[in-house]
Write a protein that binds this ligand. Sequence first.
Ligand SMILES: [Fe+2]
Ligand SMILES: [Fe+2]
Length: 290
Amino acid sequence: MRYTLMHISDLHAGPPFNPMIAEQVAHYAHELRPDLLVVSGDMVQRADFVSQWRTIKTYLATLPQPQLIVPGNHDIPLFNVFSRLFFPLRRYRRFIAQNINPVFTRPGLAVVGGCTAHGWTFDGGFLYRSQIRSIERAFAPFGPETCKVVVLHHPVINPPGIRRNREMTNADTVVRFLDQCGVELMLSGHIHVSYVGNTLDVIRDLRQGTIICQSGTTTSRRGTGREHGKNSFNVIEIDPRSIRISQHLYLQDAKRFAAVSEHVFPRRSTGAYEIPRSERVVEADLVPDK
Ligand SMILES: [Fe+2]
Ligand SMILES: [Fe+2]
């Protein structure tokens, strides 16, 4: 099996939305024809305005199917406190999708989305225990040969160069859960800058760690850090041997998106992360002879 995922994020329909870039993204997506288009949240700039939801709904209809979408913090009303606290995702459900924990499976691939944006969170997201359990249940039928992918709006790692801590408030718990669950790849957004890393960067005693893949903002003018004012998305190719992530950036001079960086990771099921027994060094071998 071989699958191609296109990962876009932080579309922010509303004043920061750039229709010219959005059209380029749609064009690229149709040429690529991914097996799954992932959108990791922040569909609108302000969830209070119905016009922004209409814009994003119309735009999503121009992109290829199937799509797996999760909500972001901007998809929750800001000004209407009543809606924010009691019906935070009402408009998301009405215009985007009823299911805020979507699941996509194919032989050898399981992608599960989670909602980290809640009425009481402004910036940092959160994953409840019940949500963690439901993601765990969604992955339960699949063995190690299946590539497990989680999609959350909020990241678990604050990328280098971002001064404010913007990861999830229970990031450590989520990182340990991803590791225990054998999740090989996590896709997220929120920070508006691309980043590829590994959860072993923040917690060292994990079993194998999870590859982290963040997209910058794909269609808005809200790019930050080294992607200030820029747009990006990721193309991910998964096969039984490897996971290949290509970070795409919009190049102003060329007036098109281009792959500017590639990261290739061996799949866990190849045994690449396990040292053969014959090559393992046991502690006793390190003790000098007396
Ligand atoms: Fe955003
Ligand atoms: Fe966000």
